[in-house]
Design a protein around this ligand. Structure first.
Ligand code: 1GP
Length: 252
C-alpha cells in the first residue's frame, strides 16, 4: 500500500462494513460547558454512537475547544474527531481530524489556505488526518454563510455528484454532504442516492437537519454511510434514548 490508513478511519470503515452504517455525534464546544459536553458524549456512547466529532463554525477554538475535548475523553473511549471550521479548530488532545476542503466555497481560504496553515500543526499534534471533501447543500445554515459556499441547489443532485466525483478523483476518502446545522430538512435522499452511485467505495457522510431515526434510516437506505447529528442530540431531553433509536434504525 502506498499510504497508511489510520486507526480511526479504519474503525469507521469497519463499523460501516459490519453494521451497514455508522453514527457520529457532533458536539459544538460553543453550545455548552465542557462538563455538559462530556455528559452528552457519555450518554451518546451509551446509546451506541460510533465516534464523537468536536467542532463548529463560530467560537470552537482555544481553551474552550481544548477543555471540551479533555472532558469528553474522561467520559468515553470512543475516537474524538475534530471538525474544524478553520485552523483554530485544531487541538492536540483529540485523536483525529477531518482534514476537509470546502469544495464549493468561493473563498480559497476554505478550500486550501487554512489547510496549509493547519497541516504542520496536524503533524506536530500527532493527529490522524482523514481526508474529506465538504460540500454544502441548500439551505447551508451558518456554515454555508461563514464558508461563503455556492450552495448546491436541492433539486440539482447531478451537481453534488460532480463535486463528489471530483473529490474521489482527487483521492479524498470521505465526502460529507452538509445541509447546515439545524436545517429544516436534511439533504434530499435522491441527492444522496445519486452522489453515492458516483462515489462507489468512498464513504459518504450526511449531516444537517437529521432529527429522527426514520430520517436517518431513509438517508442510509439512499446510500449514506455515516450519519451526523448535532442539534437533535443537544436538544433532546434523553441523549441515550435518542441516539439509541437512531443507531438501531440505521443498522442492519
Ligand atoms: C452540522 O451536519 C452537522 O455540521 C449536524 O447538523 O446540527 O442539524 O444535526 P445538525
Amino acid at each position: 500500500m502506498r499510504f497508511e490508513i489510520g486507526r480511526v478511519e479504519q474503525r469507521l470503515a469497519r463499523a460501516v462494513q459490519e453494521q451497514g452504517a455508522a453514527h457520529l455525534t457532533l458536539i459544538d464546544p460553543d453550545s455548552q460547558s465542557p462538563a455538559e459536553a462530556a455528559l452528552m458524549a457519555e450518554a451518546a456512547t451509551n446509546g451506541g454512537t460510533d465516534a464523537i466529532m468536536v467542532g463548529g463554525s463560530v467560537g470552537a477554538a482555544g481553551v474552550l475547544l481544548h477543555e471540551t475535548v479533555q472532558q469528553i475523553k474522561k467520559k468515553t473511549d470512543l475516537p474524538i474527531i475534530l471538525f474544524p471550521g478553520n485552523v483554530a479548530g485544531l487541538c492536540e488532545n483529540a485523536d483525529a481530524v477531518f482534514f476537509m476542503s470546502l469544495l464549493n466555497s468561493r473563498i480559497t481560504a476554505y478550500i486550501v489556505e487554512n489547510q496549509v496553515l493547519g497541516a504542520p500543526l496536524v503533524l506536530r499534534y500527532g493527529l490522524e488526518a482523514i481526508p474529506m471533501a465538504y460540500i454544502i447543500v441548500e439551505p447551508g445554515g451558518t456554515v454555508g454563510f461563514v464558508g461563503d459556499a455556492r450552495l448546491i441547489p436541492r433539486k440539482k443532485p447531478e451537481l453534488a455528484a460532480a463535486y463528489a466525483l471530483a473529490a474521489k478523483y482527487m483521492g479524498m476518502r470521505l465526502v460529507y454532504l452538509e445541509a447546515g446545522s439545524g436545517a429544516n430538512s436534511p439533504v434530499p435522499s435522491e441527492m444522496v442516492a445519486v452522489v453515492k452511485r458516483a462515489l462507489g467505495d468512498v464513504l459518504l457522510v450526511v449531516g444537517g437537519g437529521i432529527r429522527s431515526g426514520a430520517a436517518a434510516a431513509e438517508l442510509v437506505k439512499a446510500g449514506a454511510d455515516l450519519i451526523v447529528t448535532g442539534t437533535a442530540v443537544e436538544r433532546t431531553g434523553d441523549v441515550t434514548s435518542f441516539v439509541s433509536e437512531l443507531t438501531l434504525s440505521i443498522r442492519r
